[in-house]
Design a binder for this molecule. Structure first.
Ligand code: ATP
Ligand code: MG
Length: 317
């Protein structure tokens, strides 16, 4: 199964400020803002939707290809991904710029000040499914440069590549026409419940229109309340896998998508695809960062069996 994961590639720089931002912002003196916070902790994490999804899929025994753009600082990240079984041959490095980077400082009250530097991600619009040299059985179009996200669905349709449309946090950056183009003819649409409402608003499509426009399934994730899958005229309710601890939700959505794709690659029924997604998400919840989890496929299968019992998934892995 050739799986191509198209989406952002990014670094996350996470800093902790051991004070309170509000104490340094003086109302009445806001005609000029120049603040510097001395942070005492910084973590640099590998992130971006495409590598996050690909990393979990590789743990689950697939060898997905990441299609995206990164900058001059991609070297270590490429090695990390390759070591973990991700094919980075679809990543184009743009040497003049840095990889997209998310900088966020959090104070002790959980207030945040963040900046997202687009960097190399803006070049994703120059990549094309027409230029891929490998056959593609399925792809996912995940959050990325808005122009790239606008262009990829039409390419997939022209080439007959089944695609999962995953506009998620970029819904706000795409207009109604672009979103409709993505939804219409998608194999699967996946968003969280908040994004689903936003998508309906921006496209003017009603729930019935969206279900009719998507070929196989509409999936709406609902955080700790699980997820819904509408497929073949049926609504399937997928429960969550209770986490042993909740450390950091960053990347749960991406992990769910990886689990889902694993189920699709194995040709499994929808409820099982969703359950694999739910378990993959829970593993991410239990660790810090979107690529800090690790397990073997066998261990994953054991935990799956403990939660959901034996089924066609545990029977074939
Ligand atoms: N607190 C939780 N406990 C158990 N499972 C969870 C929890 N939060 C999320 N999940 C699992 O992850 C899936 C996706 O979560 P969610 O709907 O929050 O995605 P998201 O909003 O896209 O997240 P992200 O912040 O990664 O974009 C859920 O359907 C569920 O299976
Ligand atoms: Mg999400």
């Amino acid at each position: 199964m050739n799986i191509v994961i198209a989406g952002s590639i990014a670094f996350d720089y996470l800093m902790s400020f051991p004070g309170d931002f509000m104490e340094h912002i003086k109302p009445g003196k806001l005609n000029k803002l120049s603040l510097s916070f001395l942070v005492d902790e910084m973590r640099k994490q590998y992130g971006g939707c495409a590598p996050n999804i690909a990393f979990t899929l590789a743990l689950l025994g697939e060898r997905p290809v990441v299609m995206g753009t990164a900058g001059q600082d991609f070297g270590d990240y490429r090695t990390w991904l390759e070591v973990h079984g991700v094919d980075t041959s679809g990543v184009r490095v743009i040497p003049e710029v840095f990889t997209a980077s998310f900088f966020v400082s959090t104070d002790r009250r959980q207030n945040q000040i963040a900046s997202f530097y687009t960097g190399a991600m803006a070049y994703a619009r120059e990549l094309s499914f027409h230029n891929l040299t490998m056959p593609v059985d399925i792809t996912i179009i995940s959050p990325n440069d808005p122009q790239a996200m606008q262009k990829y669905p039409a390419e997939c349709k022209a080439l007959g590549i089944p695609y999962i449309y995953d506009p998620s946090q970029q819904i706000v950056r795409l207009d109604g026409a672009a979103l409709r183009e993505g939804v219409e003819g998608a194999d699967i649409l996946i968003v969280n419940d908040y994004e689903y409402e936003l998508l309906k608003d921006r496209t003017g499509m009603r729930e019935a229109d969206i279900r009719a426009a998507v070929k196989r399934a509409v999936i709406v994730t609902r955080g700790e309340q699980g997820s819904f899958i509408w497929a073949g005229g049926e609504e399937i309710v997928v429960p969550v896998v209770p986490p042993q601890q909740v450390l950091d939700p960053t990347g749960v959505g991406d992990a769910y998508r990886a689990g889902l794709i694993k189920g699709l690659a194995l040709g499994l029924p929808w409820h099982i695809c969703g359950q694999i997604g739910a378990l993959a998400a829970t593993y991410v919840l239990e660790t810090h960062g979107p690529q800090a989890h690790s397990y073997t496929l066998a261990a994953f299968g054991e935990r799956y069996k403990a939660v959901f019992g034996e089924d066609t998934f545990t029977g074939i892995i």
